[in-house]
Design a protein. Structure first.
Length: 85
């Protein structure tokens, strides 16, 4: 659902980096999978086609927080995969 968001905090050799992955359009959702040493966060369309994917080494992930969409999000709020300082 548009507005679904996942925050991933990753250890970057003595520092931490925070990434946010958000469903950018109506009908899209964010899926999280993990296995074989990887955490994968994917924005997926209604039909199941992946739009964008972020992969992180599981042993470097410090925290993974899923934020469900709220009704208060404005239609022009779009956030893509980006590091947060």
């Amino acid at each position: 659902m548009k507005g679904d968001r996942v925050e991933v905090v990753v250890d970057a050799t003595g520092d931490t980096r925070t990434y946010e992955i958000e469903a950018t359009r109506a009908g899209r959702r964010v899926d999280v999978t993990h296995g074989r040493g990887l955490v994968e966060v994917t924005e997926v369309t209604r039909g199941g086609t992946p739009v964008r994917t972020a992969r992180f080494m599981a042993n470097r992930v410090i925290a993974l927080v899923e934020h469900p969409a709220s009704d208060a999000i404005a239609p022009d709020d779009v956030v893509t995969l980006r590091p947060v300082a």
